[in-house]
Ligand binder design. Structure first.
Ligand code: SAM
Length: 225
């Protein structure tokens, strides 16, 4: 029995490996964070495999159902809406439960591909031999403490951010890290892809002058010192 964790594109639907497409065609079932999102990818590559939703609010009963299918000998794939599943996306609990229940009876196989994190770091121009990834920052509790930790961390730091919070986050960075360099990668692989670098203050000015660019998906990176 095989369980595949498959990376899918982060925007441009051509960013998918031959192996990912072949596997998505061959498995018995694809678990999707959102079946409607994944359907677009499946249609493009003429993949007719049945899908089922598996997301962060899925109940334990859904996991039991998945396990029943595995016990019946089915091969299953997991995808998220974009990028590599489990990286700030659903799936790590499922993988952990699966390892606990099936141990050596199941092969858990990664089919690597796009991830916004690695793509952003690769074009950041920052030293990325080592980095600290913070996922999404907390909205309230622990947020101030985390910014203090960021200010003290000497490594390159990366985190995901939404357009609704990017200015607020840049204001906090301005307060806590001063002139330390920040790089923002926005809308990677899409039409309005861009990277913006400078101090947090300079980037705030840039977005204030270009409010139409406070849109889409962002990875924020902070230079090591
Ligand atoms: N697991 C995914 C991965 O490996 O890329 C990340 C999932 S996380 C829920 C989604 C966040 O990733 C977005 O809020 C944004 O911060 C970042 N992201 C996803 N696609 C992106 C893109 N095309 N350009 C920049 N950031 C992106």
């Amino acid at each position: 029995m095989k369980f595949y964790v498959i990376a899918t594109p982060i925007g441009n639907l051509e960013d998918i490996t031959f192996r990912a497409i072949k596997t998505l065609k061959e498995v018995d079932l694809i678990l999707c964070e959102d079946t409607r999102v994944t359907k677009k990818l499946l249609q493009k590559y003429e993949i007719n495999t049945p899908t089922m939703s598996y997301h962060q609010h899925s109940k334990i009963s859904k996991i039991d159902k998945i396990f029943e299918m595995i016990e019946a000998g089915k091969n299953i794939a997991l995808v998220s809406d974009a990028g590599t599943p489990t990286i700030s996306d659903p799936g790590s609990f499922l993988v952990s439960e699966m390892k606990g229940k099936f141990e050596k009876e199941i092969e858990i196989i990664a089919i690597p591909g796009a991830s916004a994190l690695v793509s952003a770091l690769s074009i950041s121009g920052l030293p990325v031999d080592q980095f600290l990834f913070l996922g999404f920052l907390p909205h309230k509790k622990g947020r101030e403490t985390l910014f203090k930790e960021i200010a003290e961390t000497k490594r390159t730091i990366a985190f995901y951010e939404s357009p609704h919070r990017i200015l607020k986050t840049l204001e906090s960075l301005k307060k806590h890290i001063g002139k330390r360099k920040v790089v923002i990668a926005r809308e990677l692989t899409k039409i309005y892809e861009e990277t913006v670098s400078g101090s947090a203050e300079e980037i705030i000015e840039y977005f204030e002058k270009n409010p139409d660019k406070i849109r889409g998906e962002f990875v924020v990176m902070i230079e090591a010192f």
